[in-house]
Design a protein around this ligand. Sequence first.
Ligand code: GLC
Length: 438
Amino acid sequence: MSSYVTRKTPGDTTWFRHDRFGMFIHFGLYSMPARHEWIKSFEEIPEEKYDLYFRHFDPDLYDPREWARQAKAAGMKYAVMTTKHHEGFCLFDSQYTDYKSTNTPAGRDLIREYVDAFRAEGIRIGFYYSLIDWHHPDFPIDHLHPRRSDPDAFEQSKGRDMHRYAEYMRNQVRELLTNYGKIDVLWFDYSYDAQPGFPEWMRGKGKDDWEADKLIALARSLQPGIVIDNRTQIEQDVWTPEQYQMQNWPRHKETDELVTWEACQTFSGSWGYYRDEMTWKSPKMLVQMLVNTVSLGGNLLMNVGPTSRGCLDRRAEAALQAYADWMKYNSRSIYGCTMAEPELLALCPNGCKFTQSEDGKRLYIHLFEYPFQFLELNGFAGKVEYMQFLHDGSELLFEEKTLSHFSEGRTQRDDLLAVKLPVVQPDVLVPVIEVFLK
Ligand code: GLC
């Protein structure tokens, strides 16, 4: 068994740590301007102008069954979709606001369809819920708010009542966790500090403002085992490093325990659909990000930002296909796998990443840089029963202690294990060697 023990948390993370790979979905009115989901704040768009999106929101090709099929093919086991993003627009039929998809030309509860579609594919359901709300009249104006530079911002902010807003959030979270059956993940976003140079009344917001203790208690009373992130500022089940590839398994600051964590990443530089953003990651990078994350005991939540028509952009489909092609043959090195045991990890050769099955019996060597003909594994002599390429189950021969080749005659090392590889890399983005340990 794996010797890594993660910090105990209130929710049930057993399935979560096994499944490793999820789909993040950012969809909202911002999908229409297609210039980043923060567009209302970035461009300080006035309400009348932003209302245009509300009045014209019509995702006529919205078919989450199509997304769910692609998520499943990509090997994603859970999904987290925005029910409301910072713009405040709700994709579900909340009785506490009119600012919702049912009142747009879309005319439907889009979350209901998402839930049904993903559940039908056997994918677990998560809800992203923004703590920030740039539409709600009680949400205090702060340095991130689209109205921050209005000359009368202070006047506008008078009478805004954070308690009322916190109650609104509880009401909505109650709806979300009552009306859609079992929900596996609740992803709150996010808390932030004051910004220097802004007046005190524009200070940041955190757990006290959200009344996060009540919000979380409510969520737990409705769905006890649900997995909740840490962005209310009250630590729960999962740490959520964003657009950042970890280099170590993160540890709890006070107790030094390993934490359950999930990296969230985008295919290109934005979460919402961004037509002109061109920094799309290469297929190889995408696979490497997944492997890298699991090699450090984490999960990867990979984002898609559907277009305002409601379908996935061709570039996103191609990216998902890259995962599908790789996962079809290599998912055994991902599901139920974690960081390799310290004594093996210490032996990881350059250009490789290890994962290891939870039961400790199999080691997976991911060849990020394909070596020429031999992979020298120092320290491995006597440890291996059998080896194969994972993608085609073909045997990989190995020699121990001595490696005969023509260049220098012989390479000798008592603990050496040399794997013989085909000269040309098999047609797999990241080839994996499956090692059955003795
Ligand atoms: C953020 C952003 C946001 C995105 C998210 C995903 O902090 O504000 O737009 O939804 O994190 O992790």
